[in-house]
Ligand binder design. Structure first.
Ligand code: GLV
Length: 311
């Protein structure tokens, strides 16, 4: 039976399932990610690794784990893992696919509605004494019926967002690889990002993409902070190049307390909570456990990571 290093305590019964299968499970304690040293130490004699999106799994880490036979990421994204390095070493990588589609699409709609109807500003004003009367011209938001929603990325989450936005009467279009992104951005009232972060999509939304957008546009990011050039976004929000942003993800994550993103106008920020429902997080843990149990038994992982770019 194998030793499995789990990089954080997880909800649900997944860790119990790994133990019931006879494995020795070592869980990194506490709320914060293991330091690099703690990670290297944790995997040194491990055959399985259950990593989080905050844990860098690269060639150096894999080399320091000579017995490692499986990596399961507690995330649908896997940009924290060097997939090529894992493939070179014959180590299968799994992701928590499928199970967080609904929760992430729900959060996207929550951000969309909150930003479109100025909820953060309204909430602050109500609490801080600026709600003096019912104002015919106060807190005016954006009508959703007829608004043009551009979804960047045609994957499961993007499609789940489309299914939710459709009953609001929004006009939905998709942009994916090979499409003229800037032309699509120019038409959109709301842009929601749902592509994975990789070498092709890093800073996909850069200064020129922001420039192409309407000055009233709302940009929603629930994928990875690195898909947006955050410095360019901050500049665009200050300059009024776009109207507003709603971010579940930032770059870096979390931003330090003095990060200029916090001073950008019309920018709603939440702490990477796309998948944060009790049901979804337990399902993600089970998905990671299923991947580990399969790989450690010499079987194919049920939900493997996509192949590395060069494969
Ligand atoms: C969350 O961001 C995930 O990739 O699961």
């Amino acid at each position: 039976m194998a030793k499995i290093f789990v990089a954080r305590s997880l909800p649900g019964d997944a860790i119990g399932r790994l133990r019931d299968a006879g494995h020795t499970v070592v869980v990194h304690p506490g709320k914060l990610p293991p330091t690099r040293e703690e990670m290297l130490d944790g995997v040194a004699d491990a055959e399985g690794l259950l990593s989080l999106l905050t844990d860098r799994v690269d060639g150096e880490l894999l080399d320091s784990a000579p017995q490692l036979r499986a990596v399961a990421n507690f995330a649908v994204g896997c940009d924290n893992i060097d997939l090529a390095a894992a493939a070179e070493r014959g180590i299968p990588v799994g992701v928590a696919a499928h199970v967080l589609t609904d929760a992430t699409a729900d959060l996207t709609m929550a951000l969309l509605l909150a930003a479109a109807r100025n909820l953060p500003e309204g909430e602050r004003d109500a609490r801080e004494g600026r709600w003096e009367t019912w104002e015919p011209e106060g807190w005016l938001g954006r009508e959703l019926r007829g608004a043009k929603l551009l979804i960047v990325g045609r994957g499961r989450i993007g499609q789940a967002v489309a299914a939710r936005a459709e009953p609001f009467g929004m006009q939905i279009s998709f942009a994916s690889r090979g499409d003229d992104l800037h032309a699509a951005l120019a038409q959109a009232d709301i842009v929601s990002l749902h592509c994975p972060l990789n070498e092709q999509t890093r800073h996909l939304i850069d200064a020129s993409a922001l420039e192409a957008m309407k000055p009233t546009a709302l940009l929603i990011n629930t994928t990875r902070g690195g898909v947006v050039d955050q410095e360019a976004l901050i500049a665009a929000l200050h300059a009024g190049t776009i109207g507003s942003a709603a971010l579940d993800v930032t770059d870096p994550e979390p931003p330090p307390a003095d990060d200029p993103i916090y001073d950008a106008p019309h920018c709603l920020i939440v702490p990477h909570i796309g998948s944060a429902t009790a049901t979804t997080r337990a399902a993600m843990a089970n998905c990671a456990a299923d991947n580990l149990l399969a790989a450690l038994a010499g079987e194919a992982m049920p939900t493997p990571a996509p192949p590395p770019p060069s494969a």
